[in-house]
Design a protein around this ligand. Structure first.
Ligand code: NDP
Length: 498
């Protein structure tokens, strides 16, 4: 059994956690709290404040003050700003075990995934964006028309930080997705109020503590805990927020977009997915393909926005590939996240397990064949077998709607045109994977797939330098990469006439 770090033991001993505003913990205006449950055993690991509108107002006011012209943060050179972000990356690395254990406790995921994806991913993202503070640039422009009176001119653009940013994040990668937003926003010179999911708020508070230790001035990075309906809604509607950067479901994204528009607040929306994995009859290697497709759906219990939850397999090899994937799934060990031999941990919450199970029932009712799994494990904790369906009907609910759990449906296809038609026949367009050794076929698929991210012969992995975002109802905008930092800037056009 893994022993909790001293830092985490001390942190959890607090039991009741307040908001992190203006560099310190501050109690909520109200008494309402949210219990944070360990999905592996259903025990309460702590309680956080349910932020009210007044708490959000306080956090936004702190962030606004920290953004004022001439504030410490605004006067700081890009180089010094970068050093703070780099120190934060180093501190995340130093405390990666504490962060990883915290994420496993509140989310349930395997500790090895918390270490690599959350702690490791967040450190990489802060380190990457530390380098961007000194590379934000405008352009010099030759205007298309002459100046009046034969005068000369000099025209250029400059990128300025947009202002106070509201970052609203989901529970599936609580620290790394927070980093995807907080790191570029701070690199651009903005200040931030982060609202983590009510399921996974504690790791966000640890991140805020480390940011202070890294030398972040007061008010630059604030965390308000709470739920979406009260806290998230108050943040989105706040007139002093200049940009809402949201990752979550398409349903919530639409609400956020409408609310933000009341104040003409900018939004970027990273939303749901229903990503296809397309396996042709000429894969590089059958075993590696089955492992890759299985990893693409079952990693993090399928609670991944880019999860390859529908696999299209060319008819000639349909039975073989489906059997291979099923073998991989049936060998997976289901256990709690601290069990180093586990392949699959619990789902995040009781409610989410019920939602995923109801999709399995819908699949059966609509006539899909259950190939493997489908049962929740009736112990304490929210465990579910990796589940595989097979169906020729692309319109079934389990093929069209995001399930966000360890549920894969296999669908046969005839040729490339058939694969493209079926893969693109979706409201979503986040990611896709293509499995073939034929590069011409892969390129043709890359050009015609309606997806924001395409991987060939590998499940989708994120990288700080590779933009992520969706086509269609999978979102608006991209995060990560250069575009990720430019998201938090606004353009000023200047023309000096002389
Ligand atoms: P939700 O949309 O339910 O919640 C996301 C965040 O929004 C949470 O912090 C939630 O708070 C908050 N929220 C909920 N309602 C409101 C509201 N009315 N106003 C403001 N904030 C609100 O998503 P989940 O947390 O269930 O996350 C899973 C979803 O995230 C999936 O659809 C997945 O595909 C998507 N996702 C997309 C990614 C991408 O890059 N495109 C990456 C990862 C996930 P609370 O939880 O406290 O209610």
């Amino acid at each position: 059994m893994v022993e909790l770090t001293d830092k985490l033991t001390k942190f959890l001993a607090k039991k009741n956690h307040n908001h992190f505003i203006n560099g310190i913990y501050q109690p909520s205006i109200g008494d309402d709290q949210i219990a944070v449950i360990n999905p592996a055993n259903e025990e309460i690991i702590g309680k956080v404040a349910l932020g009210q509108k007044e708490d959000v107002d306080r956090a936004v006011a702190a962030a606004k003050k920290a953004f004022q012209y001439n504030s410490l943060w605004r006067r700081m050179s890009p180089d010094d700003r970068g050093k703070i972000l780099y120190s934060l990356a180093e501190l995340i690395t130093d405390h990666s075990e504490t962060i990883a254990q915290m994420v496993t406790l509140e989310n349930g995921k395997l500790l090895k995934d918390s270490r690599s994806s959350d702690a490791g991913g967040a450190a990489n993202t802060f380190r990457y964006y530390a380098g961007w503070t000194t590379k934000i640039e405008g352009e010099t422009l030759d205007l298309s028309q002459p100046q009046k009176g034969g005068k000369q001119n000099f025209a250029f653009t400059r990128r300025e930080p947009i202002g106070v940013v509201a970052a609203i994040v989901p529970w599936n990668f609580p620290v790394s997705i927070a980093a995807w937003k907080v790191a570029p926003a701070l690199a651009a010179g903005c200040t931030v109020v982060l609202k983590p999911s009510e399921e996974t708020p504690l790791s966000a508070l640890l991140l805020a503590e480390l940011a202070m230790e890294a030398g972040m001035p007061e008010g630059v990075f604030n965390v308000v805990t709470g739920d979406g309906r009260t806290t998230g809604a108050a943040l989105t509607a706040h007139p002093d927020i200049k940009k809402v950067t949201f990752t979550g479901s398409t349903y919530t994204g639409k609400i956020i977009g409408k609310t933000a528009m009341e104040n003409v607040t900018g939004v970027s929306l990273e939303l749901g997915g229903k990503s296809p994995a397309i396996v042709f009859d000429d894969p590089v290697d059958f075993g590696a393909t089955a492992n890759g497709v299985a990893a693409g759906i079952f990693r993090n219990q399928g609670q991944v926005c880019v999860a390859g939850s529908r696999v299209y397999i060319q008819k000639k090899v349909f039975d073989k590939v489906l059997t291979d994937i099923t073998h991989v799934a049936e060998k997976m060990k289901i256990s709690h996240g601290f069990d180093g031999t586990a392949d699959l941990g619990p789902l995040v919450s009781k409610g989410h397990l019920a939602k995923v199970c109801s999709y399995i029932e819908t699949g059966k009712r609509e006539g899909a064949s259950l190939v493997s799994g489908g049962q929740s494990i009736k112990n304490k904790g929210y465990y579910l077998q990796p589940t595989i369906f097979s169906s020729p009907d692309n319109q079934q609910t389990i093929i069209q709607e995001e399930i966000f759990g360890p549920v894969l449906t296999a669908i046969p296809f005839d040729d490339m045109e058939d694969a493209l038609q079926k893969a693109n026949d979706s409201k979503m367009g986040l990611a896709a994977t293509v499995w073939t050794k034929n590069i011409s076929k892969a390129m043709a698929m890359i050009n015609r797939l309606e997806a924001g991210v395409v991987y060939v012969n590998s499940p989708v992995r994120s990288d700080p330098n590779l933009p992520l975002g969706g086509y269609k109802q999978s979102g608006i905008g991209r995060e990560l990469g250069k575009v990720g930092v430019y998201n938090y800037t606004t353009l000023k056009s200047v023309n000096i006439v002389f």
